[in-house]
Design a protein around this ligand. Structure first.
Ligand code: ADP
Ligand code: MG
Length: 221
């Protein structure tokens, strides 16, 4: 399987109305300067190339960039790291995003040989890695299914507003899950979708990392 290119991935994201942070893909220093003027600090920046599936593993993500100078420095560093990781990687650009806040969730779709597309929801970070705290449903799902999936999570109190964490916009989140499940049914050429993480707080939901995989010989467009 291979990573679907950025432009096609974006098209699918818009189609399903998945909420993104304000972001710009930049290809040179001039575009970076323009992005800095357009977006609000603090910013995150990451290298986009089909060769890099797990960006942070190769030091290809920077977060919390506070000003223009910081951002230019990160740009140079990230490109250096990218060349070091794979000198021949075809880099689509550097994605500059506004920083999002809230609880980290993971939403995804995988295809099961007998059930077809299956949607997954889980809490981010250690909850998924250590606790395997995730729930699944066969696509398509209703908003009611989506709410049930979230309420099945052991770490659900994190979404309900405990000590310091705001109560998450669960209605908004459920709608997004419904649209994600429909997107998977509409596009059988997409083998896998990963929104990891989605940052959720009381008012906003932002998918800061969207990854779609297609079969190597997959039809695109
Ligand atoms: P990858 O999963 O390929 O390593 P990500 O884009 O998910 O790359 O970035 C790694 C981590 O950096 C995320 O899991 C998240 O914690 C943080 N991060 C990335 N972009 C943002 C953003 N726009 N706002 C807040 N945190 C971010
Ligand atoms: Mg990620």
């Amino acid at each position: 399987m291979e990573l679907l290119d950025f432009v096609t991935t974006q098209k699918r994201v818009w189609e399903a109305k998945l909420p993104l942070p304000r972001q710009v893909l930049v290809r040179d220093r001039k575009e970076l300067d323009r992005a800095c003027k357009k977006l609000h600090f603090p910013l995150a920046m990451k290298v986009i190339a089909s060769a890099f599936v797990h960006k942070s593993d190769a030091k290809l993500v920077r977060t919390g960039l506070l000003d223009h100078k910081d951002t230019v420095q990160a740009y140079v560093e990230l490109l250096r790291h990218a060349r070091k990781a794979d000198a021949h990687a075809a880099i689509e650009g550097l994605l500059v995003q506004e920083m999002a806040r809230g609880t980290e969730l993971i939403l995804g779709v995988k295809r099961d040989p007998s059930f077809g597309p299956v949607i997954m929801a889980g809490l981010g970070g250690i909850f998924v890695e250590v606790c395997k705290d995730v729930s699944f449903r066969v696509c398509p799902i209703t908003r009611r299914d989506a709410k049930a999936m979230l309420s099945e999570l052991k770490g659900k109190t994190l979404l309900e507003g405990v000590r310091g964490t705001p109560k998450a916009d669960l209605a908004g989140l459920s709608s997004i899950m419904v649209r994600l499940s429909k997107l998977a049914l509409k596009h059988p050429e997409i083998a896998e979708i990963d929104l990891n993480p989605v940052l959720v707080d009381a008012k906003t939901i932002r998918a800061v990392d969207v990854r779609m995989l297609v079969a190597d010989s997959g039809v695109r467009g």
